[in-house]
Design a protein around this ligand. Structure first.
Ligand SMILES: Cc1cc2nc3c(=O)[nH]c(=O)nc-3n(C[C@H](O)[C@H](O)[C@H](O)COP(=O)(O)OP(=O)(O)OC[C@H]3O[C@@H](n4cnc5c(N)ncnc54)[C@H](O)[C@@H]3O)c2cc1C
Length: 234
């Protein structure tokens, strides 16, 4: 048994959501994290360990030299002994594995006085996701409205999906609130026929840990560990 008590429980909709069933399925074990704090900590940890982070440096290609790998970028070329590919939804550029990019569009509201909604919520088979972050609502999803169109590595927003997100926000999540939208953005996930990451050695010097299936915040650290454990530096 993994959990100490039952994972799912049917509860009354006490959140004030409109146009939904009277009850919701509640999971007491699902948590929230502040991903900006997570990224800040990760960067600090990397710097502490002496990892050199090269920003704004696009890898165009790599060539195996026998003893290592030559990396060709938009800025310069450099060589390394081992290459770990962790470009997730962008990985099809380098790897012949079933990996599709999947864009997810998001919005966040202005601060809301007296916001009672606390937690993370999923709707419509997981195609929509929302949560409070402090006193705002962050809402994303709607990829199912245009699956093909959202199979892209280009960041961007579409009228169709943003309109649907707003409809959901104003009609279902916050039906009686007059609140503005502070910011909108998109991110690229890596998905495929199986909801399972691809962690493997592609040659004696090249490895990958990709296709995190929209679960990389939860499973990313383990995927990275499994990948680097394969690297043989002898
Ligand atoms: C809107 C949204 C909501 C999500 N919500 C959740 C959630 O609730 N829970 C959860 O577990 N996961 C969630 N995810 C998924 C999670 O964010 C990803 O699985 C995770 O970020 C993957 O991490 P990664 O480091 O493998 O890839 P990424 O974070 O995508 O990083 C890949 C990096 O590679 C860089 N790159 C790509 N190509 C090149 C190149 N040629 N040269 C140089 N650099 C390159 C990219 O710029 C990027 O910085 C969400 C994703 C999105 C978009």
């Amino acid at each position: 048994m993994v959990f100490s008590s039952s994972v799912f429980e049917v509860k009354k909709n006490v959140f004030g959501f409109s146009k939904i069933h009277d009850t919701v399925v509640f999971n007491p074990f699902e948590g929230q994290i502040d991903t900006s704090k997570m990224m800040k900590r990760l960067l600090l940890k990397a710097i502490e360990k002496g990892v050199l982070v090269l920003n704004n440096c696009l890898v165009n290609d790599f060539v195996e030299t026998g003893t290592g790998v030559k990396i060709e970028t938009n800025l310069y070329d450099f060589s390394c002994r081992k290459l770990c590919i962790a470009t997730n939804g962008f990985a099809a550029k380098f790897i012949k594995e079933p990996i599709q990019p999947a864009r997810a569009q998001v919005l966040i509201t202005d601060p809301i006085d007296n916001l009672q909604i606390r937690g993370t919520f999923h709707l419509d088979r997981g195609f929509y996701y929302f949560r409070n972050i402090h006193n705002r609502i962050l809402l994303g999803g709607g990829r199912n409205l245009n699956i093909k169109g959202e199979e892209t590595t280009h960041f961007g927003l579409t009228q169709q999906i943003q309109t649907e997100l707003e409809k959901l926000l104003y009609e279902v999540i916050l039906p009686s609130k007059d609140v503005g939208i502070a910011h909108r953005w998109s991110g690229i996930m890596g998905v495929g026929p199986q909801k399972k990451p691809i962690i493997k050695s592609l040659s004696s010097n090249v490895y990958c840990g990709v296709r995190l299936g929209g679960m990389g915040i939860a499973i990313g650290a383990n995927v990275a560990k499994e990948m680097v454990d394969m690297v043989n530096l002898d």
